[in-house]
Design a protein around this ligand. Structure first.
Ligand code: GDP
Length: 298
């Protein structure tokens, strides 16, 4: 059968063009492995991960003839294997309200993701409250309100410049009073002043723990696929600022294929709860390792 022509060229697509069925099989040698490694590194997979993936692929196959289609399938298998353990939807806790702190740099897609998640949980019959914890950015608060309206979920706000922790406390009170299942708290993403941000996040956590010492139940880090390798340092930084429990990667609908997710899975093994695949409310999908690996290598 004619191999499928990928919509967006992936790794091998970019390097070799589409594979014709008549394409001669090549001997898997050091040169070929090296260009595969380079390709994976160029796809933001990170050096360590790229080397391991190619080493696994080469095992028992050196000196044998392979087609680029076989290489693609083997690569996809290796990548899917690394990713299969991190693909996990946001866990639901019996505790009410389940508190989800959402962190990430400005522009990563926090607001949009909160709106999409709120909509999904609401559709699943959950009662949701959102707190606009980035009180220093009026535009961020407005935008969150727009998303709250879209999702049909109340958004708690506080005057510009007020203390995010006191808003978080009020939000806990409201979420409890309303019998909400889920409270999502947006936070500031000003990495320029890390010490301040760390103190701000720590204070939010301290305050909500006064109400529920098991909260926050999740700390979701939102990453933008278009930042490539930068996502690695963002995870490192936010892990120092907050107790990150899982990831969402946004903007995987564009040209970015999110190769850095493989490096992240390999290095941090944090769950990937969802991926953003567009700007509309329904554009949040579960992370599917096989689909992801196929798109990445396609
Ligand atoms: P925040 O500053 O982290 O709250 O980021 P926003 O939620 O405001 O998102 C920043 C920009 O990215 C907006 O223009 C969003 O529409 C866009 N965006 C967010 N998620 C996605 C996604 O999954 N795909 C695309 N194409 N755009 C997204």
């Amino acid at each position: 059968a004619e191999p499928e022509v990928p919509k967006k060229p992936g790794l091998l697509g970019r390097l070799m063009g589409r594979t014709a069925p008549s394409e001669p099989r090549r001997v898997l040698d050091d040169d070929m492995l090296e260009s595969l490694e380079e390709m994976l590194i160029a796809a933001d997979m990170g050096v360590d991960t790229a080397l391991r993936v190619t080493a696994n692929l080469a095992e028992g196959r050196m000196g044998k003839r392979v087609s680029s289609r076989e290489i693609r399938e083997l690569l996809a298998q290796e990548i899917a294997r690394i990713m299969e353990n991190v693909a996990k939807p946001l866990p639901i806790y019996p505790k009410k309200p389940q508190v989800v702190l959402v962190v990430g740099v400005n522009g990563s897609g926090k607001t949009t993701t909160i709106g999409k998640l709120a909509s999904q949980f609401r559709a699943a019959g959950k009662k949701v409250v959102i707190a606009a914890g980035d009180t220093f950015r009026a535009a961020a608060v407005e935008q969150l309100q727009v998303w709250g309206d879209r999702a049909g979920v109340p958004v708690l706000t506080a005057p510009e410049g007020s203390d995010p922790a006191s808003l978080a406390f009020d939000a806990m009170t409201k979420a409890e009073a309303d019998g909400a299942d889920l409270l999502m708290i947006d936070t500031a993403g000003r990495l320029q002043n890390r010490a301040d941000l760390m103190e701000e996040l720590a204070k939010i956590v301290r305050v909500i723990r006064k109400k529920d010492d098991s909260a926050p139940h999740n700390t979701l880090l939102v990453l933008d696929a278009t930042t490539g390798q930068n996502a690695l340092s963002q995870v490192e930084t936010f892990k120092k600022l907050a107790d990150v429990s899982g990831l969402v990667m946004t903007k995987l609908d564009g040209t970015a294929k999110g190769g850095v997710l493989v490096a992240l899975a390999d290095k941090f093994a944090l769950p990937i709860h969802a991926i953003g695949v567009g700007e509309q409310i329904d554009d949040l999908s579960p992370f599917d390792p096989e689909e992801f690996a196929a798109a990445l290598t396609g």
